[in-house]
Design a protein around this ligand. Sequence first.
Ligand SMILES: Nc1ncnc2c1ncn2[C@@H]1O[C@H](COP(=O)(O)OP(=O)(O)OP(=O)(O)O)[C@@H](O)[C@H]1O
Ligand SMILES: [Mg+2]
Length: 336
Amino acid sequence: MKILGIETSCDDTSVALFDSERAAAENLISSQVDLHEQFGGVVPELASRAHLVNLLPLVDHLLRRQGLAPADLDGVAVTSGPGLIGALLVGLSTAKALARAADLPLVGVHHLEGHILANALSAELVLPAVVLVVSGGHTELILMREVGRYERLGGTLDDAAGEAFDKSAKLLGLPYPGGPHIDRLAASGDPARFVLPRPLARDPRLVFSFSGLKTAVKIEAEALPRPLRDQDVCDLSRGVQDAIVDILVQRLFQAARRTRVRAVYLAGGVAANGGLRAAVAAEADRRGLHFIPPARVYCTDNAAMIARAGWEHLRLGRRDGLGLDSFARGDLTSWR
Ligand SMILES: Nc1ncnc2c1ncn2[C@@H]1O[C@H](COP(=O)(O)OP(=O)(O)OP(=O)(O)O)[C@@H](O)[C@H]1O
Ligand SMILES: [Mg+2]
């Protein structure tokens, strides 16, 4: 099957073609980072307008590159939520129009299921598994017994891990989104100089809290001489990354132990973090658990993961009508 994927839940306009026969995807992204950078975060109205301008030309370009017409497709998969409503609606209306015009089946995809199934784009999944979803808006531990069957084991009580990276980066004067910058700078940082708190470390529940970390970074950053020296920024980036990674890894393996799964996975933008990937790989190896990190390009928002997830539904005969609606919030485990 050839599935067209559309993802417009936040600030990236993305379209992809997933071909199940070749188990391959081609993914195109039109990034809005430059547009939102000056505001230090995503401006919803600007995001919707940019999707509107970019989406159809991107679909057109993808189909041309693939030498396909809409009628050659076997279905259209689109992110229906969670995300920014205005941004989602641009993707949804386009998907509906294409499906209607070319008489194709349409299916709505939960954005987090997309992030999880990004792992299936590079290798066959080993299940059951615990997936740590760490992105700009989510930090969740999900038990996946099989594709489509998800159980929430725990999650953050306040900020998401991606937010913790981005807010810390802002305090260090780094551009938005700050996660990739902290990742890069932490590599040259001294791990012993700033040892930041690991909130809730002794709490037996599978929970996370990152708001205290942000305060600790603020205190350390304000105590540094201005203008900030490069080495100070690298050292504090290292302190931030080590603290976040430590908390995430501890909980992920606590969850894996309790559920006795065979594998662990990472999903979402923060899964691109070098420190996190290395720490999870080392711990999985020590415990004899299967772990393959998702391809970095498929960690942050992309339509390949949506097309891949949509294929799972479409091949089971699931269809959505033109009444398919967007939603701003919604748990993956109670969806469908
Ligand atoms: N290498 C990295 N290290 C740390 N964080 C990173 C890295 N690359 C991306 N991120 C973070 O990932 C987040 C973006 O991820 P993603 O695109 O999955 O989030 P989102 O779509 O905005 O949120 P959600 O998926 O929860 O709706 C940002 O917070 C960004 O800083
Ligand atoms: Mg996302």
